[in-house]
Design a protein around this ligand. Sequence first.
Ligand code: ZN
Length: 284
Amino acid sequence: MKLIRFGAPLKERPGLLLEDGTRVLASACCDDYTESFFESGGLERLREWADANAANAPRVDASERLGPPISRPSKIICVGLNFSDHAAETNATPPAEPILFFKATSAYCGPNDNLIIPRHSTKTDWEVELAVVIGKTARYVEESDALDYVAGYALHNDYSERAFQIERCGQWVKGKSCDSFAPLGPFLATPDEFEDVNNLRMWLKVNGETMQDGNTSNLIFKVPFLVSYISQFMTLLPGDVISTGTPAGVGMGMDPQRFLKAGDVVELGIEGLGDSRQEAVACA
Ligand code: ZN
């Protein structure tokens, strides 16, 4: 199943993207894709409902804005330096354990919403990433059980302001949390949609020029390990997002370095997870 949400920001309604590409409204099944939706077995209810009703459900017009595919999560947890080629381009040693950092949930937005270049930003950068969405409460989960806690996967752009992140002291969170820095989607794909999430091509272009061209097969720490590992330090709630890290090709790693400015267009995708597009605009 491919879950979508559409409508005005913070007023999105739930829907499904069907195999033939049509979008249908799922409000007859549930109010929204929230923590309580996942916790209460909503995905199973949605699947039963879809099998019986999706073909005849109200269609959603293609012009409707797509929101992020689940409602705002309690946490967005990101994994740093999880591709060895990206670690190398930033002159970092691949870590012995996953590097974790948070992204403010207020950065969360729809897949094709504008990227707002923050005030005083000179180093806004891109990062195509595979995001994992948690499906049930996870604490002290064994790696062998970890995939039972995954609701699905989505495309994420972990936008990063490198000066705020690295040159302004303290944690990376400053450079990761600006408004619009977490576009998720176009959809949440349930795990049955994939043969192997550890072998998905991922790419990102700026103004049509390919910047990143990687594959999830090169993740240093894989999804089951990450879910288990993070659950040793915090309780993962249904709907929480784990962004698993980016491959080489970010602007910070280029020579000369390259960063985004108003008017630039960023397009990205992951095999099986669709694509998204953000146009950079100046902060009001
Ligand atoms: Zn990242």
